[in-house]
Design a protein around this ligand. Structure first.
Ligand SMILES: C[S@@+](CC[C@H](N)C(=O)[O-])C[C@H]1O[C@@H](n2cnc3c(N)ncnc32)[C@H](O)[C@@H]1O
Length: 245
């Protein structure tokens, strides 16, 4: 694992609706939590991983939680749990809120060993979120299953989703119904973040979703992460009906 070297306070400020200096301070608060970074690094080292597939902006996630003080965060794609850990660390500092995470773990092919093991695979004997410290798990609702099944269930159960983080490989047209389900619960000023892989471009589904909510997605510099902050009330902005995608 590497320390995140160049976090993007402008992106956080745009999404949180704060001044960049305020966003910068929230990012620094996350970066000062050396105990969390050291724990994650040690867990990855124990599993023989010098790196692991993880979100490019953990400090920005921490900062957004601190600044927006969400009641419910929904995250898709947990893997070892780097993004989960930083979201949970923010919730713990806030002393409020729950992280609802969805993951369908993938195992490495039986024949692969050591550095041959794909970085996205779950190590033997571990489960999704294996690197997350026990001390942060009290605010964690971790659900193992396919996002296509679990996201609609979460959208039924939760009265709101203040922050949505979608860090999972996606086939663009198939993600649209999942976004539509969450949109019903995304309040005004709610934030949606979608990872398109390193250097990936904005997918049409996120662009469409942001459009329904009167927003334009903005990119976290140097990454494939795009996000928007919803404007207006969801009750007055109705997503177009399904067209069979
Ligand atoms: C890019 S990794 C997530 C990285 C994580 N956010 C982090 O920062 O550490 C994507 C994860 O999504 C999981 N996944 C893939 N397809 C899925 C699906 N259909 N439903 C739920 N999770 C899925 C993978 O097994 C993997 O754990």
């Amino acid at each position: 694992m590497q320390i995140e070297e160049h976090p993007d306070p402008t992106w956080v400020a745009q999404l949180a609706g704060t001044a960049p200096s305020v966003a910068q301070r929230a990012i620094e608060e996350g970066a000062d939590d050396r105990r969390l970074f050291r724990h994650l690094e040690r867990e990855h080292r124990i599993e023989g991983r010098s790196h692991y597939i993880e979100i490019d902006a953990p400090l920005e996630l921490f900062a957004l939680v601190r600044l927006r003080r969400p009641r419910h965060v929904v995250e898709v794609g947990v893997s070892s749990g780097v993004s989960s850990a930083y979201l949970l660390a923010g919730l713990a500092r806030n002393q409020r809120g729950t992280l609802h995470s969805v993951d369908l773990p993938k195992r490495a092919p039986a024949a692969s060993r050591g550095s041959d093991r794909p970085s996205w695979s779950i190590p033997e004997g571990r489960s999704s979120g294996w690197a997350v410290p026990d001390r942060l798990r009290a605010r964690w609702d971790l659900r193992i299953g396919d996002k296509r099944t679990v996201l609609p269930l979460l959208a039924e159960e939760l009265d709101r989703v203040d922050l949505f983080v979608y860090d999972v490989p996606h086939d663009d047209p198939k993600s649209l119904p999942e976004f539509r389900a969450i949109d019903r619960r995304l309040p005004a000023r709610g934030i949606a973040i979608v990872d398109h892989g390193s250097g990936g471009g904005l997918c049409p589904s996120l662009k469409a979703w942001a459009g329904w909510r009167g927003a334009t997605p903005c990119r976290r510099s140097g990454t494939g992460l795009f996000a928007f902050r919803a404007r207006g009330s969801r009750s007055r902005r109705v997503a177009p009906r399904r067209t069979g995608a």
